[in-house]
Design a protein around this ligand. Structure first.
Ligand SMILES: [Zn+2]
Length: 219
C-alpha cells in the first residue's frame, strides 16, 4: 500500500487528506466558512464519493469540525471523533470537554478571546458523529494502515493518528505557529507529549503550522 499525504491549508488551519491505493481518509475539516476551498481541494486531489472512507476529527473545536457533517452528507461517508469530545460537536460548545479555565493560554489567544474575534468564524451547526475513535483503534477497515493514539491535553478527547510509515497527525496538541498556545490540562498535555516521543514518529503534522520532526520538539 503506497500512501501520500496532501496538506489542505484553509487559512491557518490544516486538514490532511491521506490517499492510499484507491481510498482516502480526511483528517479535520476547517471552519465552515472555508467550505468552498475544502471542496475544491478534494476534487483537485481526485477524491470522489465512495473513495472517502472516513473523516477523522482530532478534537471538537470549530476550526477542525466545521465542515464534517456537510462533507459526510455530500460524500456519503462517516465521521469519527473521540467519545470525550462528542459533546462539543453535539452542542457546539467548546467548553464541554475542558476545564473551566485552561492551564496555559498564549498572549495572542488571550487577546483573541477578550476581543471575541472568533465568535463569528467559529459558528457551527451541532451534529453527531457516526463512530467513536479510541486509543489503539486500527483504521485499516477504512483503507488506511494507521492507529489512533489518545493524546488529551488540548481537550479531554484529543486524538492523534499514527500511520504505519511513522507519520503522526497531532491535531492541536502541538502548535507550530508563533504565538499559538492553548493547553487545557498541562499534566495530561505533558504525558501526551512524552507518549509521542516514545512513538518515534518520522514526521509530525500539526493542526496549525508546518510539519516538523520530533527532534525539534523542545525538551
Ligand atoms: Zn485548532
Amino acid at each position: 500500500m503506497t500512501t501520500s499525504i496532501n496538506t489542505i491549508k484553509l487559512g491557518i488551519v490544516n486538514c490532511y487528506l491521506i490517499h492510499s491505493d484507491d481510498s482516502f481518509v480526511l483528517i479535520d475539516t476547517g471552519y465552515a466558512y472555508q467550505r468552498e476551498l475544502l471542496e475544491k481541494a478534494l476534487i483537485e486531489y481526485g477524491c470522489t464519493p465512495g473513495q472517502l472512507k472516513l473523516i477523522v476529527l482530532t478534537h471538537g473545536d470549530a476550526d477542525h469540525v466545521g465542515n464534517a457533517a456537510y462533507l459526510r452528507d455530500l460524500y456519503n461517508t462517516k465521521v469519527g471523533i473521540h467519545k470525550l469530545d462528542s459533546l462539543m460537536i453535539e452542542t457546539g460548545d467548546d467548553s464541554k470537554s475542558r476545564k473551566t479555565k485552561p492551564d496555559h493560554l498564549s498572549l495572542l489567544f488571550k487577546v483573541i478571546r477578550k476581543l471575541d474575534l472568533l465568535s463569528k468564524q467559529s459558528k457551527m451547526e451541532p451534529f453527531k458523529a457516526d463512530l467513536y475513535l479510541e486509543e489503539g483503534q486500527n483504521l485499516v477497515e477504512y483503507g488506511l494502515e494507521a492507529n489512533i493514539v489518545y493524546v488529551p491535553g488540548h481537550t479531554n478527547g484529543s486524538i492523534g493518528i499514527l500511520t504505519k510509515d511513522g507519520d503522526f497527525f497531532c491535531g492541536d496538541l502541538i502548535y507550530n505557529l508563533p504565538g499559538f498556545g492553548y493547553i487545557d490540562d498541562s499534566v495530561k498535555h505533558q504525558e501526551s507529549i512524552e507518549r509521542i516521543k516514545q512513538l518515534h514518529p518520522r514526521m509530525i503534522y500539526p493542526g496549525h503550522g508546518k510539519a516538523f520532526q520530533l527532534r525539534s520538539l523542545k525538551r
